[in-house]
Design a protein around this ligand. Structure first.
Ligand SMILES: [Cu+2]
Length: 165
């Protein structure tokens, strides 16, 4: 059995609840959101799980494709949540821990996955429930590329089924 332990200070309970909702599926790429802009990072396959009644935190996932020069994700924000934090999860023995990251490096020409059980953006203080079929914009702020906005789709599971090349 896997025990979950999250150390997120006063948000411990919410974070713990969130941990319980984070599964182990491997989200696969798909949906070509929009025409990529050359020369900078690109965000692909952004999705989030639906919330259940009373749930005010949620996790967001996506893949960052690095541009020709290294960049760094430093912050994220969305109108539908009071705070967005960069989080990671890791196994510590049989305990899964979640902690906040100050930034996430995006190496040149490499992809960085935000996925269940790993890095994610944590939407804290959701102002509206996340419902399957809906989507919402989120803005990721990069050191070099600046703010990059992307549409996050609310899906019941990773968008793997639609995967195609
Ligand atoms: Cu988290």
């Amino acid at each position: 059995m896997i025990h979950l332990s999250c150390n997120s200070g006063r948000r411990g309970l919410m974070a713990f609840a969130m941990c319980l909702l984070i599964g182990h599926e491997q989200p696969q790429a798909q949906t070509p959101a929009k025409a990529p802009q050359k020369g900078q990072v690109q965000i692909q396959d952004a999705w989030a799980r639906p919330t259940v009644p009373g749930q005010t935190v949620g996790g967001g996932y996506f893949r960052i494709d690095g541009g020709p020069t290294a960049d760094r994700l430093t912050a994220a924000s969305t109108d539908i949540a009071q705070v967005v934090e960069l989080h990671t999860m890791r196994m510590d023995g049989d305990v899964m821990r979640m902690r906040q990251l100050d930034s996430v490096d995006v190496p040149a020409n490499q992809s960085v996955e935000f996925k269940p059980g790993g890095m994610h953006v944590m939407l804290i203080g959701l102002k509206t429930p996340l419902k399957v079929g809906n989507s919402f914009p989120i803005t990721l702020r990069f050191e070099k590329a600046g703010p990059v906005s992307v549409n996050v789709r609310v899906l019941p599971a990773p968008p793997a089924a639609e995967h195609k090349h």
